[in-house]
Design a protein around this ligand. Structure first.
Ligand code: G6P
Length: 608
């Protein structure tokens, strides 16, 4: 989704802004632009399409001199992708230019008010009202103008402003949209995520909602909405720069799939000490856990499916009801939540708008919240009572892979931890499950090795308009995520159904050679799923079964079989998803899709 960057310092700003925007490309965008202040004038370059077009238009920034500027990648919400709608936007008097992430919900009334006062609009965006408000409120004091402007805005924003009268300064403000300031030497930066900053500085200030900052090359001053100064601490960014590069792989997605054994290990290993699970600073005492009468897991997209898969493990081990609910639904359903509810929020980015809103709603009703998040310092991590980080490192491909498996890793740790605290598991079983969990990175590696030729299976299935994924229990949860991976990156219609539901409608869609991916790793429901395979085969489907090594029952009923190593059923989702990620990857590759940046999708969905 939209990305913003800003630079002020002693170097030419344009190349730095373009480089920063390239780092934000992964978030998904459809147009881009930069604005520089130079010799009392603001110059703006905007393009529809890729950053490469912007580099060409600006001669790699050389034609846009100046040491202070802002940049933006836009993911259209209000108004189609076009040069006019691309940011930065300029005030009518040419004094201000702004970039904005988020949505201004009251932009229509502001638009009417400003039009009536004679301001002229160049775009169809909600954003443009901001720059005209700035012009309207500017009476010689820019800080006051920004404060008055943001007081009029309803919705979400991460805002970057430049002004001809303060040619070396950036002004930024944040409300419900991420904004990070990069602290350098004789230069400072801002960006919507750390990937745009790490090549230049590892010192960051995380701005919080309602905060506003004035940034010059030498200093950063942060204020609240009454212009009272706020002391901010500088946080060290620990991400490895190499981790945000492709490292020899053709796509980030393939690299990230391959990184899963390491990411899973990095997530669990530091939390297992002498057979005890240590969940960072969470104070999940026995007394507290005994007071919990239900666990609600909420998230969006793949993170939601990670919750669906882990629900079975948590519920069975802890004997506490686990309810999974999409964040976009939970936020509006007046949920039955109180202080006896433990809310687990899953989010790779930590910035998903619906997830944040659902979390706030549940917190307001008294739930204690645990956030399972990959991005350190993100909004969800900050809002939660306890943040449990997934140590997956930066995930760049829009379709999540290692983000998903590491979410499972944390939830498995939590399940074992809570089961032990609640005395629901005897020591022998606990130690045996812990040992299985510790072996999972190896098992994921084995899954990758076993499926190194999955592209051959992809050749058989890639040329299809529609596919079905079926399974039961955890197999069903992974069928959901497998189908999502397929549609996200290959654009093939892929639907997942609980295998037992086939007869209630879906079987009508089964026809000659329709691919059905059948997940059969859960032994307790194996026979049932095999029956469903036979039923779809009888109607002409081509069945691609996924099961554990040594399961001979499937060979005779399926057309093709993908194998994963046999692991403890509680944790099997983390191996089952891996070949499905690879299958989606190779199907998308054969269909010549833009794998890392699928059309219309965004990595971080920061608007509703
Ligand atoms: C987008 C991404 C998905 C992700 C979902 C939730 O749709 O493309 O990969 O699962 O958002 O994002 P989160 O950052 O909250 O996990």
């Amino acid at each position: 989704m939209c990305g913003i960057v800003g630079y002020t310092g002693v170097q030419g700003a344009s190349p730095i802004l373009l480089e920063g925007l390239k780092k934000l490309e992964y978030r998904g965008y459809d147009s881009a632009g930069i604005a520089l202040v130079n010799e009392g004038v603001i110059s703006i370059a905007k393009v529809t399409g890729r950053i490469a077009n912007l580099c060409e238009k600006t001669n790699d920034g050389k034609d846009y001199p100046g040491t202070c500027g802002i940049g933006h990648t836009r993911w259209a919400t209000h108004g189609a992708p076009s040069d006019n709608n691309a940011h930065p936007h300029l005030s009518n008097d040419g004094r201000f230019a702004i970039v904005h992430n988020g949505i201004i919900e009251n932009y229509m009334s502001l638009h009417d008010e400003l039009t009536a006062k004679g301001y002229h609009f160049e775009s169809q965006t909600d954003t443009e009202v901001i720059v005209h408000l700035l012009e309207m409120y500017y009476k010689g004091d820019i800080k006051k103008a920004v404060i008055k402007t943001i007081a009029r805005l309803q919705g979400s924003y991460a805002l970057g402003v430049i002004c001809t009268e303060h040619p070396d300064k950036l002004y930024v403000a944040r409300e419900a949209s991420p904004l990070i300031l990069g602290v350098g030497v004789s230069e400072n930066f801002f960006a919507s995520d750390v990937t745009a900053l790490v090549s230049y500085t590892r010192n960051a200030i995380y701005l919080e909602d309602g905060e506003f900052a004035e940034i010059s090359p030498e200093e950063i001053n942060v204020f609240d909405c009454t212009l009272k100064p706020i002391e901010k601490k500088i946080t060290r960014i620990v991400w490895d720069i190499k981790a945000s590069e492709k490292g020899g792989y053709e796509h980030f997605m393939l690299k990230e799939i391959m990184e899963q054994p390491r990411a899973f290990k990095a997530t669990i290993a530091p939390r297992i000490k002498d057979n005890d699970i240590v969940l960072d600073e969470t104070e999940l005492t026995k007394e507290y856990l005994e007071s919990v009468n239900k666990i609600v897991i909420t998230a969006c997209g793949s993170a939601y499916y990670a919750g669906c898969a882990a629900k079975y493990t948590i519920e069975k081990l802890c004997r506490v009801p686990v309810i999974t609910e999409l964040a976009s639904e939970l936020r509006y359903c007046d949920p039955l939540i109180d202080e006896h509810t433990l809310l687990i929020v899953l989010s790779q980015s930590g910035e998903t708008a619906d997830t944040i809103a659902a979390m706030k709603e549940c917190k307001s009703k008294g739930a204690k919240t645990i956030a399972v998040v990959n991005v350190v310092g993100s909004t969800i991590a900050t809002l939660a009572d306890h943040a449990l980080y997934t140590w997956a490192g930066p995930e760049i491909a829009v379709a999540t892979t290692k983000g998903f498996t590491t979410q499972l890793a944390v939830l498995y740790l939590f399940a074992l931890y809570a089961a032990k605290k609640l005395n629901n598991i005897d020591e022998e079983r606990y130690l045996s499950l812990l040992s299985s969990l510790k072996s999972m990175p190896k098992k994921i590696q084995e899954t990758l090795d076993t499926n190194s030729n999955i592209h051959k299976i992809a050749i058989k299935y890639y040329d299809n308009k529609s596919m079905f994924f079926i399974g039961r229990n955890t197999d069903y949860a992974i069928a959901l995520e497998g189908a999502l991976k397929m549609k996200e990156i290959s654009y093939i219609h892929a639907e997942s159904y609980a295998a037992g539901e086939l007869k209630h409608g879906t079987i009508a869609l089964i026809e000659e050679h329709r691919p059905v991916v059948a997940l059969c790793c859960n032994e307790s429901v194996m026979e049932k799923t095999v029956s469903n395979i036979v039923e779809v085969k009888a109607r002409g489907a081509d069945v691609l079964a996924l099961t554990f090594k040594g399961n001979s029952k499937i060979v005779s009923v399926a057309n093709d079989v993908i194998y994963v190593p046999k692991v403890e059923t509680f944790f099997s989702a983390a191996v089952e998803i891996v070949p499905l990620q690879l299958l989606a990857y190779y199907v998308a590759k054969l269909n010549e899709c833009d794998i890392d940046k699928p059309k219309n999708l965004a990595k971080s969905v920061t608007v509703e």
